[in-house]
Design a binder for this molecule. Sequence first.
Ligand SMILES: *Cc1c(COP(=O)(O)O)cnc(C)c1O
Length: 439
Amino acid sequence: MTDTAPPTGPAVRVPVPRPSAAPIPPVPTPAYVYDLAAVRSAHARLRSCLPEPSELYYSLKANPHPAIISALHGLGCRAEVTSPGELDAALEAGVPAHDILYTGPGKRDEDLDGALKGGVRDFAVDSVHGVGQLDRAAARYGVRVTYLLRVNPGGGSRGAGLRMTGDPSAFGADAEDIAAHPEWYTGGEHARIDGLHLYLATNIADEQALGDSFSEAIAVARTLRKALGVPLHTIDLGGGFGAPYARAGELPAYPGLADRLAGELDEALPGWRQNAPTVAFESGRYLTATCGQLLTRVLDVKDSHGQRVVVLDTGINHLGGMAGLRRVPPLHPDVVRPDGAEAEDTGAGDGASAGIAEPPGPAMICGPLCTPLDTWARSHPLPAVAPGDLLSVPNTGAYGLHASLVLFLGHPAPLEVVTDGDRVLRSDRLTFVRRAAAG
Ligand SMILES: *Cc1c(COP(=O)(O)O)cnc(C)c1O
């Protein structure tokens, strides 16, 4: 599940600073540019907030680009996947099957078969049925596997961008039910419980609130560990680390979190310092949000009933498709010039129609799709731009392309360019092909 907090900061200033220190490669637009140097620095920053020793999972749903997956695996992250497509992405990016955790509240038998065939032996299950389903799949395949039991605690964590527990949910088994019927949840002959999976919140910038959600997870783990009465080797405390989305800003800092959690773990799960149990965390957005920017060009500028309207070459098909589900705030693209200089409010752009004087003042910013839903912002202070001008939307490395309505209206996918600082490493494009169904 994903969510973003409602916009809280002031509107983006104009002109705005460059969103990333990395230079912008001269590429056709629309294009996502992912900078691996930024992935490394986000990873280092997150690790510095976590108690040691602990494991960190990269949740592929934030961005399954192979270069990002393999960069994070190279930094020591295991991969958390939730679908056949994410499993393939992890394996193709070079993550060995023993470093993959397969999660998700609804799995088809063939999804489990595919994962087992691919060598995956670590799963998360969300229900009594899920335990039996996994046990039968492992028996069919003639292997033994382990799983984390995902828990839906009774309380619910407040202050989260999105609450996923304490209420009816597809995610996890109720803590009360696990405590009442531990034997339902410890597994069968082929699939055995190995630990607990808690994921109580998402996208929390506030250190206190994030710490509180982990405290709740630790308390639940402590209680259920006793109730289950079997050895638990892994306690996955989940995530909730925040990140800016499609607007300027920095990753939040959690300077006191590691010490706070270490103290609570000493109390609740003594042995964790010797990996008994191993404590794990998960993140998607914190690791990848700031590595990405979406480059787009202005296609049209006009006056419509007294309002300046700017049409870009990308929209909800490439970014923020979940806006249609009221899950993302209006987008405020920052402006950069093609040569990398900061934009100035000169009254004219430097694109094909340079020289056309634009009225100053806010603009309605739209994507190219034939639907009024494809609106970035109704009224946003944008300097004068003209068709051909280059804009950049910062902090779009997480929940960008892969959370968007890519098939809607049939525009090609944007280019995806991977850089490492000022070096361009690769560039490619997803394509969609219809094929006859087998059988
Ligand atoms: C979505 C999700 C994540 C990643 O969330 P971010 O906010 O991107 O860090 C991690 N774990 C689980 C179980 C999730 O559903």
